[in-house]
Ligand binder design. Structure first.
Ligand code: GLN
Length: 484
């Protein structure tokens, strides 16, 4: 049996009925990493020893008759989430040799149910990018075509899931970093409502936008992970104190009477015809299952990209001020004084994209420009949020492409920042509005996956999951595997 290729749900059934042990499952995943990771380059660090130890602990728990849905399941963690005693790099040189003294809350929650951590996955440095090419180490590759980008910034996590180098993964999403790579790699990815999942221990990029979420092989697995990672955390004041439903209960393949809005603006701006037609086919399929749909307009989403590229760099410039070479990470050598040391550390430690964003953000926040840029962006963000809220007065979900094109070639967009950033045009509005959105595979073009995005109102994860599940159960795109 191809153990590494299993979904979380399928593996859980085998573990629970004692047909397979977590050690066997974990060894199969580690072997898979060994045999394909030189092609996908999904991982920055593989934690084999920890994984095997955790697998044995999981097997003990299962033997005692207590198998939670994620007990013994090999999971990968994006390398911007803190793991105690394990390198946490953010794919940046500035965090050189950084081993956190604590676990992120999501990591703690996975450990509490005896999930198995197999490793830390590659990302664009500090999650800034859409292809993993901004990683300070190396670019990850798309398992469907290793000359193509896996998307980003959670490109390592999406690539690892698609290549069966883990059963599921965690990513983070500030402007699309879970959904866009999930779409490029033909897997499922969900950005929950802002505050649904604790960000304690997630290295901060843009604090009003960042959210952690699952990247999985299907919608059921997304619900299973969401059940474990969601909920209030006293250590993250932005986490919501709202009960966590059992998200697997929303997995009914029934969309009768559900109202779908299709915002026409998000089909403009560089949407490839094959992507548009796959998404329209998806809408028609859902209509065939009893949903109602209508084209709608949310005009201010057109300002999503410019607003995001003021707000995210502004928050980043403030969040990244902490890397000073003093307390942890890289410290530039042989400086005559602390100020020079700080400046040289930042010059040597940060890559070009991160530096550019710090400069843009510092500029947008500076006295004299604050009103013209940051404040104005905040006001337009409010308009955009209202536009989306208005749409949800009429519709249960909004459906769009996840990204306007399929995966682009490695190197193809590095010198064209606008083209690179346009790959997030459909995902950014959900972050600005704080709402949940899921991407599921909905087709292929030239052998590369296409993603369907389903957005729901704040805390409407259940309806998004339900529509996504109904679509998935009536298609087989999620079952296709790349040939590595
Ligand atoms: N690609 C977007 C950016 O570069 C979003 C990244 C993210 O969601 N972390 O900022």
């Amino acid at each position: 049996m191809d153990l590494a290729g299993l979904t979380v749900k399928a593996a859980h059934e085998l573990l629970k009925s004692r047909q397979v042990t977590s050690r066997e499952l974990t060894e199969a995943v580690l072997r898979r990493i060994e045999s394909v990771d030189d092609k996908t380059k999904a991982y920055v660090t593989v934690t084999s020893d920890i994984a095997l130890r955790q697998a044995d602990a999981a097997d003990k728990r299962i033997a005692s008759g207590d198998a939670a849905p994620l007990t013994g399941i090999p999971i990968a963690i994006k390398d911007n989430m803190c793991t105690r005693g394990v390198l946490t790099t953010c794919s940046s040189r500035i965090l050189y040799n950084y081993k956190p003294v604590y676990d992120a809350t999501v990591v703690e929650r996975l450990a509490a149910v005896n999930a198995v951590m197999v490793g830390k996955t590659n990302l664009d440095e500090f999650a800034m990018g859409s292809s993993t090419e901004n990683s300070g180490f190396f670019a990850s590759r798309n398992p469907w075509d290793t000359e193509k980008a896996p998307g980003g910034s959670s490109g390592g996590s999406a690539s690892a899931v698609a290549a069966d180098e883990c059963l599921a993964a965690l990513g983070s999403d500030t402007g699309g970093s879970i959904r866009q790579p999930a779409s490029f790699c033909g897997v499922t990815g969900m950005k929950p409502t802002y505050g649904r999942v604790s960000r304690y221990g997630l290295v901060a990029f843009a604090s009003s936008l960042d959210q952690i979420g699952p990247i999985t092989k299907d919608v059921t697995d997304t619900a299973l992970l969401l059940n474990v990672i969601s909920g209030k955390d006293p250590r993250d004041s932005t986490s919501l104190d709202v009960p966590v439903p059992d998200y697997t209960k929303s997995l009914a393949p029934d969309v009768k009477g559900i109202k779908i809005g299709v915002p026409k603006e998000l089909f403009g701006m560089g949407t490839a015809p094959e992507v548009a037609s796959a998404v329209w086919d998806a809408v028609k399929l859902l209509a065939g299952l009893g949903a109602e749909w209508k084209e709608t307009s949310t005009p201010s989403v057109e300002y999503g990209l410019p607003v995001y590229y003021i707000i995210a760099p502004s928050e980043a410039s403030s969040n990244l001020a902490r890397y000073d070479g003093v307390r942890y990470g890289l410290r530039s050598k042989d400086s005559p004084d602390p100020i020079t040391m700080l400046m040289k550390t930042r010059e040597e430690g940060f890559g070009a994209e991160v530096k550019q964003r710090i400069m843009i953000g510092t500029y947008a926040l500076s006295a004299g420009y604050y009103d013209a840029y940051y404040l104005k962006a905040q006001k337009v963000r409010t308009l955009l949020r209202r536009d989306i809220e208005r749409a949800f007065e009429e519709f249960d979900v909004l459906v769009t492409p996840t990204s306007p094109t399929v995966a682009f070639g490695l190197g193809e967009r590095v010198d064209d920042p606008l083209a690179m950033k346009l790959s997030d045009v459909c995902t950014i509005p959900a972050n600005l509005a704080g709402i949940p959105a899921i991407s599921v595979p909905c087709g292929f073009h030239n052998g590369l996956p296409i993603g369907l995005q389903i957005m729901a109102p704040g805390l409407g994860e259940e309806i998004a999951l339900r529509v996504a599940y109904a679509f998935e159960q009536n298609t087989d795109y999620h079952k296709q595997k790349p040939n590595l």
